[in-house]
Design a binder for this molecule. Structure first.
Ligand SMILES: Cc1cc2nc3c(=O)[nH]c(=O)nc-3n(C[C@H](O)[C@H](O)[C@H](O)COP(=O)(O)O)c2cc1C
Length: 171
């Protein structure tokens, strides 16, 4: 099973990136092949003003069986760079692929805002969402990384469920 993890935040201190890396480690333990994208390594342009990096990113993830999107919650919605990735780098043939969401936010009350990403993926590509979402806020992190046991448990469960369901969908 080939999983593309796309960490979309451009923040040098991104917390969603830390959670994406934790999920990557768990998925590799499970036996998945992971294609990891750190969007900070790309200079993407929006639709109609794309750069060669948009094509480079699209090419990197085009053969993935399923996806994990690392989202930074902006204005109760999807961060701008993730929207650019969705608009310009996701191949239409990914129709029906499984996807999971990892979201970092400033406050716990924003947790339902990940539904905007669900809507985009389900309406645009008929993708199927892993029901478990990983959601973390500032208090769940310290200088060493994730400091919250509950969040660590959710990372393990998320990876386990994504691997189990993703493998079944390949058959
Ligand atoms: C432009 C902007 C808008 C934001 N809007 C929200 C918001 O609506 N709700 C919220 O809980 N946090 C909000 N935040 C806080 C971010 O979600 C938080 O910093 C999170 O850690 C970002 O993810 P990252 O660390 O992976 O970049 C906002 C931050 C920025 C910069």
């Amino acid at each position: 099973m080939k999983t593309a993890i796309i960490s979309s935040s451009l923040n040098p201190e991104s917390k969603s990136f830390i959670m994406c890396k934790a999920v990557e480690a768990e998925l590799i333990k499970q036996g998945a092949e992971v294609i990891f994208v750190d969007a900070r390594d790309y200079k993407l342009g929006p639709l109609f003003q794309t750069t060669p990096d948009n094509d480079k990113l699209a090419e990197k993830v085009k053969d993935a069986d399923n996806f994990v999107f690392g989202m930074a919650l902006y204005d109760y919605s999807v961060n701008d760079n993730l929207k650019i990735i969705l608009d310009t780098c996701i191949d239409p043939k990914l129709d029906h692929a499984l996807f999971g969401i990892i979201c970092a936010a400033g406050g716990d009350k924003s947790y339902l805002s990940t539904m905007h990403l669900s809507q985009i993926c389900m309406n645009e590509w008929r993708m199927m969402q892993l029901p478990r979402v990983i959601f973390g806020t500032g208090k769940d992190f310290d200088e060493k990384g994730i400091n919250c046991e509950n969040l660590k448990e959710r990372v393990v469960k998320f990876a386990d469920e994504l691997y189990t369901l993703g493998s079944k969908l390949l058959k």
